[in-house]
Design a protein. Sequence first.
Length: 434
Amino acid sequence: MSEPLIAVELTAWADPASVFVSLYGGEDHAFWLDAGPDASDGWSWVGAGAPETDPESVRHVACQQSSGEEWPAGPFRGGWVGWLGYDDAAERAGAPARFDERMPPQAWLRATTFVAFDHGSRRAWAVGAAGDAEDLAAAVDGIVPPDPIAVEVAAPRRAASRNAPAEYAALIERCRDAIRAGDAYQLCLTTRFSLTGTVDPVAAYRRLRALTPAHHGGLVRSGDVALASASPERFLEVAAGVVRTRPIKGTRPRGADPRSDAALAEELRTNEKERAENVMIVDLMRNDLSRVSEPGSVGVDGLLQVESYPAVHQLVSTVSGRLVPDVTVGDLLDAAFPAGSMTGAPKLSAMTILNELEGAPRGVFAGCFGWVGTDGALDLAMVIRSIVVHPDGAYVGAGGGITWRSDAAAEVAEVGIKARGPLAAIGASLPPGW
């Protein structure tokens, strides 16, 4: 039986970026779950871990039904940090799927020694077995902050796109054909932008968080593959028997000045197409969570709320439910993953149609990443606004929800808005037309 973990409070606040770069930046298997630079609330975790040899063991963990003993160092008390890809989940749900051979369909690191940062109280803890936690606390106290990283990358290269803008627009019309035929109400059509050559995932993530900070950012590296994400979308959170999801549907760029910025946010909030798309996904997520929640407990905690980030405004809703006893992480994933915000509705029909239209795997993109605790608590974010690094290069996925009232030119522009930040972080620009 493994030694119980303890939390040793640090003598002073430490910057998560400095801790990660100094202690774990050169590790082959490391993680940084990030509340964002200059965050005033939320938690960050940085550490290294051993690859889980039996990833299915994560699915067997029973979801947390009560908060348990008091623990000062945040909701993550040790467990696993990693990702789940889209394609394997689509196949588990009964849809046809294609697979990206360069990336594992899931990857988990067993996290038993790490640093936890509470941005709200500006306190931090070294977590681990007794001796390990104390040694880690001492190591953090001796850290010298690394040099700032240049946000702008000289001589950006042009990324290659899976689809030309005109091809993507034609696929939008095929989505509308499927909607006209009654086979779907909404379809999340995606594409991919790729870059060949060596990509440093640590440098890429440091630039990404500077360009497009988000409350569920993160870097997970396992050997020669890595995921760097500035995700604004929490997919699933489980705490004390309650499960929550916060689907995003609806995106606008930030304005050049306060007046235009406010106008863009208001246009997003009132746009009939965006509101209808968001409500459809809310209904889908209510249905998904009802499969593992007590009857009558599923509700909408927030509907059609505009959240603003440095690069975009987003339209966000929140759905929650009280879990029935004995639900496992695998049961929850089978009920809700892939996320409705990345498939469309009805989910199985949407995934089947999209498999044909996209004609290629999504890989890690449109999956989820984050942590799962040994106590059954979890916090997983959507893999969007992300960079997936593999031995031959990197890719950035992007897409948008298509409804009957979608305008092809606006949808093409939205894909470009979403992909621009992650591509800039790896020194790449969008192909013409995006």
